[in-house]
Design a protein around this ligand. Structure first.
Ligand code: AHR
Length: 493
């Protein structure tokens, strides 16, 4: 057992942790939209307006504050007018990025907004800058948000929606350094200004405009974009960072069959995001010292080789305790930068990459990552407080890293602490000072063999349970974290 000191200073308060840090991403990719979120209305799978009841209720229970759509690379070739009107009016297209399958556009703007209504979450629309036009994006915003007498408003009403929707989050392009047009940052920054100028605020709807930001550690992209920044047209830039075992995109390894060395490499590569975020923020500081522009992390998570036998273009992967640890580490990192990170969206919500739920026909399972999001839910909308942990850095075959991670927040006189122990062998005992006295605590723990996962035959192999290893005495507590565990604690007075 390794003993370490932890101090939680509730009087040293930081920013509000935006609930959107717990955001998700859905793309027309594999079985994310079709069969994952959406089935036809006459499907035997229970649904409302085509939205799967089991998935909607699981996501609501977990707490899904915002959902990004329609991509991803798919957004870079999406023409929204193909996805409105009657079935006959909807043109088909080839999904060139993801398996070359035919997209029938039966899930479009109205369906997405209905999904968000059922989920009670904010919609986050990603516009097509790669192969679209300024007019197309401008008209899409008008279609969704205007109540004026206008051609787009009339079209929306003709399609059955009288009132405009509220739309806050608008992405102006996706990965325009890659699948979104292979642009240089200078070229994209000019395009951004044009597209963004014509994405208007109608009535009292106020857009929060998000620019395509860097690919991982591409600091040049951030520098060049920020040099050409128009702060009146930009609220945030979006970083994409995927966790790749051994950093090898050509062989990303199996989601379930991995060695301890692979595990350590995964943890090492996931934790790289912390330094990457801080470097981008330092660049942004030079051009935006008042911190008006946020850094959204709208694609993050583990990306492995697809499950054997599945379509390589569908990016379907299982999800183990390794993913749970990755999720907890990332969420603690985002929480601890709540002043600069207004939103983050794990990729992707159902059946694609690091999902929170998986489906197979009428069956649905919750992944270990699901339980982490659910355990971290109390942080949504609470105020970050300072946490200081003694160094837990350890050298490993595969990658060296600090084994324990923490973030803490307060809301309504309750203190929430989330902890992850990424070690496969070490138990940590955290000798914790609280700067206020608490009378009661409750806790949940997620822990299992690192390779454990939920399958359709064994859906409850990994679930959170009551945590018992905390001894509270007024302003002090001792918390025992077993190897490979995620713990959430709530203290009340
Ligand atoms: O999430 C899968 C893909 O990863 C997205 O379509 C793209 O934006 C990124 O490269």
């Amino acid at each position: 057992m390794i003993k370490k000191k932890l101090s939680i200073r509730t009087k040293k308060q930081g920013a509000i942790i935006n609930k959107e840090i717990y955001g998700h991403f859905s793309e027309h990719l594999g079985r994310c939209i079709y069969n994952g979120l959406f089935v036809s209305k006459d499907s035997p799978i229970p649904n409302h307006e085509g939205m799967r009841d089991d998935v909607v209720s699981a996501l609501k229970e977990m707490g899904i504050p915002v959902l990004r759509w329609p991509g991803g690379c798919f957004a870079d070739e999406y023409h929204w007018k193909n996805g409105i009107g009657t079935k006959d009016e909807r043109a088909t297209m080839i999904n060139t990025n993801w398996g070359g399958v035919t997209e029938d556009n039966s899930f479009g703007t109205h369906e997405f907004m209905e999904l968000c209504r059922q989920l009670e979450c904010e919609p986050y629309i990603c516009g097509n800058v790669g192969s679209g036009t300024v007019r197309e994006l401008s008209e899409w915003v008008e279609y969704m948000t205007s109540s004026n007498v206008s051609p787009m408003t009339d079209l929306r009403k003709k399609n059955g929606r009288e009132e405009p929707w509220k739309l806050k989050y608008l992405g102006i392009g996706n990965e325009n350094w890659g699948c979104g047009g292979n642009m240089t940052p200078e070229y994209y920054a000019s395009e951004y200004r044009r597209y963004s100028s014509f994405a208007k605020n109608y009535g009292d709807n106020r857009l929060y405009r998000i620019a395509c930001g860097p690919n991982g550690d591409d600091y040049n992209w951030t520098e060049k974009f920020m040099q050409m920044l128009n702060p009146f047209l930009t609220n945030a830039i979006a970083l994409h960072y995927y966790t790749i075992c051994h950093g090898d995109w050509n062989n990303k390894g199996s989601a379930t069959g991995f060695t301890n060395e692979d595990y350590c490499s995964t943890i090492f590569h996931t934790l790289r995001i912390e330094g990457i975020i801080d470097k981008h923020l330092a660049i942004m500081d030079k051009y935006d010292p008042e911190h008006r522009i946020g850094l959204v992390v709208d694609e993050w998570g583990c990306w492995y080789n697809v499950e054997p036998g599945s379509n390589p273009g569908f990016l379907y992967q299982q999800n183990t305790m390794r993913d749970a640890i990755v999720a907890a580490l990332n969420l603690n990192i985002f929480n601890n930068r709540a002043d600069r990170i207004p939103m983050a969206n794990i990729a992707q919500v159902v059946n694609v990459l690091q999902s929170v739920v998986l489906t197979e026909g009428a069956k649905m399972i919750k992944t270990p990552t699901y339980y982490v999001f659910s355990m971290f839910k109390p942080h949504q909308g609470s105020t970050l407080v300072e946490s200081e942990l003694e160094d837990t850095f350890v050298k490993h075959e595969g990658g060296d890293f600090a084994e324990v991670s923490v973030s803490a927040s307060v809301k309504d006189n309750a203190l929430n602490i989330t902890l992850a122990n990424a070690s496969l062998t070490n138990t940590y005992s955290l000798d914790t000072d609280l700067d206020e006295a608490y009378a009661c605590w409750t806790g949940r723990i997620l822990t299992d063999n690192v390779r454990a996962y939920n399958s359709f035959d064994n859906p409850n192999e990994v679930t959170d349970t009551v945590f018992k290893d905390c001894v509270l005495d007024d302003k002090h507590c001792t918390v025992k974290l077993p190897p490979c565990s995620v713990v959430t604690l709530t203290f009340t007075k």
